[in-house]
Design a protein around this ligand. Structure first.
Ligand code: FAD
Length: 557
């Protein structure tokens, strides 16, 4: 991988972030910030400037470090391991500068990105409005041209923004507003006349982050503040970075999910119930830890694969960003919830942190596009692929995985291939019977696509680890053999989801008797998928052993 930081710098950055978290944000401080609902502004500013986190996402030509997507994903995961609220405060600055980085003229970029690099300023990204969340097209904020004769000399912005991270404290804002030429981004200073910040929201979680509404009344900006110099590019500029930004929120899910599991794992070694440590009880470990670890690693595989593609120069990848976000955020959320359960009554108290992690990670299924919007984005795109390819899209992907299984029989690629093949059959039945007119079916297909594509990515990742050809910056919690077991467990889950939920889904949408159930089950390979479940618990035992490899845990009961 040639994009981004060199390996030494990358490792130094990760270590620095980790050390900063350990020294500056111990549990007691995090609990206090959460309880007091306090945004640690000086600390966030130190992270951006002193620690140089701002420099990461700024290209070298503007004085930054030019970190790649892979680098930033690993940093985002690390930040979220500390606290998703803190990570949000940092990330909002990344997000705020994105319209400039991806949409501005060269001159604008040189000015603003250099300024951000030099001063480590705090930014905010103002897209959402009270009436326009998932549907940004419903936005009402306007930017009216200020004219001098025929010449546009500036814009007057009026409107309201909602749920803006860093909204109270940012030095600089990017604001999306409707111009006569369409939605456009504007760069707005904090202290301009007519710009008011609402009181901080009292939130369920990420209470160490600041979220506020913004009110703009005839806020005047110069014409040089129109990002990209051309009106009407705003939604395109916003969408141009979704592949990237959603990957980062996926990494938040990953970091928080693992942070929770990494509290449950040692707890279960110490906690004696039923005559032995909980870590030795399969009914506990496999339900509450192994299942979630495996799903998190499925998300990681997809995040890493997409990050490599973005760093290699592929553009957009919005669907891939959506798949990563849906998997990473939902898996993180479920892992944190399971960790509360794993700590029993202690998990339900503030002191043990997992209940805070759970409240914090919850936001990742909402911001940067909700899970349902991800499902819609994914399903629509992959449905088009299914139609364009005459139904071959997932059969072809299945063939590629079968080929991988021939050289790497242990990485779950054969079962992932069964899942892809079954998905193609389910989608085809949905096409023949015109079932995607049901939004529920379409969205659930988006979820199935996500699991099945992540199973493929995980099998490829396990094979790369077996060959030693994984990216040099890849996370190495699991070695090749452990990762192969992780992949086999997840591939079984993905395949059985399609065979169960997928078939049930098309049946629920069709008229009674319209679908030949036996025919569909045969075409989808349900028998083979069921046969592939054999050995599943043994593989979960292997994953369990990998989770406890650093502990004296005893054997699984
Ligand atoms: C803490 C926090 C920080 C945030 N930070 C920022 C920020 O910095 N900048 C910014 O611009 N925004 C920010 N947001 C806004 C965030 O991106 C939006 O909240 C999110 O996109 C959802 O929009 P909404 O809240 O209006 O919900 P809605 O769009 O009203 O959605 C409500 C529910 O309906 C579902 N839904 C919506 N549309 C459809 C549909 N077509 N079909 C089926 N179901 C649908 C959604 O999935 C959701 O479950 C933040 C939000 C929060 C809570």
């Amino acid at each position: 991988m040639d994009a981004g930081l060199d390996l030494d710098t990358f490792e130094m950055v990760l270590t620095t972030v980790r050390d900063f978290g350990e020294h500056e944000l111990p549990d007691a401080d995090l609990i206090e910030l959460d309880t007091k609902d306090e945004f640690p502004e000086p600390l966030i500013r130190r992270m951006l400037s002193e620690l140089g986190v701002s420099l990461l996402f700024i290209p070298e030509e503007y004085g930054g470090m030019g970190a790649g997507t892979f680098d930033i994903y690993r940093v985002c995961e690390e930040l979220a391991r500390i606290d998703v609220g803190i990570a949000t405060g940092v990330f909002a600055t990344f997000l705020g500068s994105d319209p400039i980085l991806f949409g501005a003229t060269e001159e604008q970029k040189a000015h603003w990105m250099s300024l951000i690099a030099e001063e480590g300023i705090l930014m905010a990204y103002g897209a959402t409005e009270p009436e326009a969340g998932s549907d940004l097209g419903a936005m009402r904020t306007t930017a009216t041209p200020i004219l001098d004769g025929d010449e546009v000399t500036g814009y007057s912005i009026t409107g309201a923004k909602q749920w803006i991270s860093n909204g109270t404290y940012a030095d600089l804002y990017t604001i999306l507003a409707n111009t006569p030429g369409g939605p456009s981004w504007f760069i707005v200073d904090r202290d301009v006349d007519g710009f008011e910040k609402g009181k901080p929201e009292d939130k369920h979680g990420i209470r160490a982050s600041n979220t506020a509404a913004l009110a703009l009344q005839d806020v005047e900006v110069g014409v040089d503040r129109l990002v990209g110099d051309v009106e009407g590019q705003g939604l395109m500029q916003a969408q141009a970075v979704f592949g990237y930004t959603r990957l980062m929120v996926a990494a938040f899910g990953l970091g928080a999910g693992w942070a929770a599991l990494d509290r449950a794992i040692p707890y279960s070694v110490e906690r004696i119930q039923g005559g032995g440590p909980l870590s030795t009880k399969q009914g506990y470990t496999h339900k509450l830890l192994v299942t979630h670890a495996v799903r998190l690693e499925a998300a990681r595989a997809y995040i890493e694969e997409t990050a490599v593609r973005i760093d290699a120069g592929e553009e957009l990848l919005n669907t891939e960003g959506a798949i990563a976000k849906l998997m990473g955020s939902e898996a993180g959320n479920d892992a944190a919830d399971a960790s509360i359960q794993a700590l029993g009554g202690y998990g339900y108290t503030k002191e043990y942190m997992v209940e805070k992690v759970k409240r914090d990670v919850r936001i990742t299924t909402i911001y940067e596009g909700t899970s349902e919007i991800m499902e819609m984005t994914i399903a629509r795109d992959r449905w088009q692929e299914h139609l364009k390819s005459g139904g071959a899209y997932y059969h072809d992907a299945a063939s590629a995985l079968s080929a991988l299984a021939a050289t790497h029989p242990d990485v779950g690629a054969d079962t992932a291939a069964l899942a892809l093949h079954a998905l193609a059959e389910v989608m085809e039945v949905a096409r023949v019977h015109r079932l995607t007119r049901n939004q529920h079916l379409l969205f659930r297909l988006g979820e199935l696509v996500t699991h099945v594509e992540c199973a493929g990515a995980l099998a490829r990742r396990a094979a790369a680890f077996a060959d030693g050809s994984q990216p040099e910056k890849a996370d190495t919690r699991f070695d090749a053999a452990q990762l192969a077991a992780v992949s086999r467990v997840f591939a079984r889950e993905a395949a059985s989801r399609v065979a169960g939920d997928g078939i049930r889904l098309v049946l629920t949408a069709a008229d009674p008797g319209a679908i030949d159930v036996n025919g569909l089950e045969t075409a989808a390979g349900v028998k083979a998928i069921n046969e592939a479940q054999a050995g599943g618990i043994h593989d979960m035992d292997l994953v369990r052993d990998a989770l406890y490899r650093d502990f004296e845990g005893g054997q699984t009961e």
